[in-house]
Ligand binder design. Structure first.
Ligand code: HEM
Length: 546
């Protein structure tokens, strides 16, 4: 820094600088290149190079010597006195972050012009290697981050607007190199890095600006210098990434109000990583000036890269969050699609249910047809009237009976056959029994022989009359006796339709018996016009109703 408080030395400096119409401020710095080796001493504790309080710059490759010009010297003296009157504040540490390359009379020398506005950027000679280091660090970060960093740097410094000056020394080479690195990527907006339509990303993106503005705030650290010095790593220490904590600590005056929580386990840098590192020797002046410890550009790069890494790690949460949201949306679409399919399936099921219901009804009908005896069972719901006492001797015949096993049929004129038969013998309170015999084919369940009629008892006797009408066109009356649980009857009269099939039956005998096992047994014999009395049927029934 220019020794603004030391008028004598300030005049010497200004005289040496030979710059017209220029007044140094507390943000003005002179490059260490303009001082002899002897102008520096080393700090005992850390061997840090310090400018001696008596140092005056002497190294200036001017082609013209103006130091002999008395007017010029006078002018320098006036300027120095004005400064002393106007500027009573002691320059503060870190008061300059950005330096300006200036020249005078076609001669290049370095004056670092710092301001809170970070107007311009120039690298010092010494920072060249460190800048490369910074670039290396930046090069390790992802391209979007680099671009974002460059964008921020350009935006903040207005580098694009500054015409590039020809370089004449190492400092300037560094400058040019850095500028080209920056301007090559200057067209990229931070929005390019920030995911679109993401409030969180925008917010985190805004933290990048804080990562730079926080450098400004380091000009005015809230903690004592000693504390700061302890936190500072050595200059030759490789800068590392910063943690979230360090971000907060390094920005004591930042208006950052949100503190991201635990951004990444990978970022393990200590809080000291983001504390201002010692500026290059070129910007260190006398003892009083050593307090002025501005951020050099390499520190900006390094710290910014570390901070940007940190902020970048926050973005990963945004991305994962957005990815999760995307997955949720995807799943929601799938669920909606499945719901649609489910709705269609339900409609199909309803239709199927309806069809099943109809089929079931049809099946019931078919079962009734195929198993007419079951159908008969259903009809048993009717309340049975009181049994007429007249027919009490035949009461053992009451009930519904099913063939068990299938009945056997034979006759000399035919092959033996089997058949199923259901028998209903009931009463309605009258002095007679109602009966129906329905035979079915055992395999096809097709109806075969059927007959129905009445069984009457002659009151107070065991004489029984059996009146039957058959589907073959035969009408007959059989009479006989009931003895116990056996009824034996024989044809009394037979009539038939005129077109009855031949051979005509001429005689019929039957026997009903209730066996000891509770089964009803029937035997039918007949005589036809061609065959003598021969058994035609034999069957036993199992009672299926109480
Ligand atoms: C009391 C009752 C019945 C009488 C009077 C009767 C009478 C006859 C007569 C006259 C014939 C002809 C015989 C021949 O061709 O030589 C016949 C045949 C036959 N009957 Fe009966 N039948 C009776 C009950 C049944 C029953 C319950 C079945 C059981 C399914 C049955 C099944 C047959 C069969 C399969 C034939 C031989 C084929 C035919 O001529 O249709 N009959 N029956």
């Amino acid at each position: 820094r220019f020794p603004l408080k030391d008028s004598k030395r300030l005049i010497q400096w200004l005289k040496a600088v030979q710059r017209d119409n220029w007044t140094p401020t507390k943000y003005s710095f002179l490059c260490s290149e303009h001082f002899t080796k002897e102008s520096f001493s080393k700090r005992l504790e850390d061997q840090h190079r310090l400018l001696k309080p008596t140092a005056v710059p002497t190294i200036f490759p001017f082609t013209e010597k103006k130091d002999e010009n008395q007017d010029y010297v006078k002018s320098r003296t006036e300027i120095a006195s004005q400064i002393l009157v106007r500027d009573g504040d002691q320059p503060r540490e870190g008061g300059c972050e950005v330096v300006e390359r200036t020249s005078y009379s076609d001669q290049d020398f370095m004056v670092m012009q710092g301001s809170n506005e970070m107007e311009q950027v120039t690298f010092q000679t010494e920072t060249g290697s460190v800048t490369e280091q910074g670039e290396k660090v930046c090069g390790q970060v992802e391209e979007p981050l680099r671009r974002m960093f460059a964008d921020n740097l350009v935006t903040k410094t207005g580098l694009q607007k500054k015409p590039e000056r020809p370089s004449v020394d190492n400092c300037c080479e560094s400058t040019v190199h850095a500028e080209s690195w920056i301007t090559d990527r200057s067209g990229v907006s931070i929005d390019d890095f920030t995911p679109p339509v993401s409030g969180a990303c925008k917010f985190i993106g805004s933290l990048h600006s804080y990562s730079f503005s926080s450098k400004h705030t380091r000009e005015k650290p809230s903690f004592p210098k000693e504390q700061l010095e302890k936190k500072r790593p050595k200059r030759d220490v490789e800068p590392s990434c910063s943690s979230n904590k360090s971000l907060v600590e390094s920005s004591p005056n930042s208006s950052l109000t949100a503190t991201p929580q635990k951004p990444s386990q990978n970022l393990s840098a200590s809080p000291a990583d983001l504390t201002p590192q010692p500026a290059t020797e070129a910007v260190v002046g006398q003892k009083g000036d050593t307090d002025a410890n501005p951020m050099s550009i390499n520190e900006v790069i390094i710290s910014a890269s570390g901070t940007c890494k940190l902020i970048d790690s926050l973005h990963s949460y945004c991305f994962s969050s957005r990815q999760s949201k995307s997955e949720v949306c995807c799943l929601r679409e799938q669920v909606e699609k499945k719901n649609g399919e489910l709705k269609l399936l339900r409609q199909k099921i309803n239709r199927s249910d309806s069809q099943v219901k109809k089929l079931k009804e049809k099946l019931d009908e078919l079962e009734k047809i195929n198993f007419p005896y079951l159908n008969s069972l259903l009809s048993q719901d009717c309340e049975t009237p009181q049994l007429n006492p007249v027919i009490e001797p035949l009461s053992w015949m009451l009930g519904t009976w099913l063939s068990d096993p299938p009945g056997d049929g034979d006759y000399p004129t035919m092959k033996p056959f089997q058949y199923l038969e259901e028998v209903h013998i009931s009463h309605v309170g009258q002095p007679m029994l109602n009966f129906s015999f329905n035979a079915f084919h055992p395999d096809t369940r097709k109806p075969m022989h059927r007959e129905c009629g009445f069984i009457r008892l002659k009151p107070d006797t065991n004489k029984v009359a059996f009146i039957s009408a058959q589907n073959t066109g035969l009408v007959e009356v059989e009479e006989g006796e009931v003895n116990g649980q056996e009824l034996s009857i024989a044809s009394h009269s037979i009539a038939r339709i005129s077109f009855a099939k031949k051979p005509h039956v001429e005689q019929i005998t039957r026997t009903f018996r209730l066996n000891s096992d509770g089964k009803l047994e029937q035997t039918v014999s007949m005589a036809t016009t061609t065959q003598p009395m021969t058994r035609h049927l034999h069957i036993t029934y199992k009672k299926v109703t109480p």
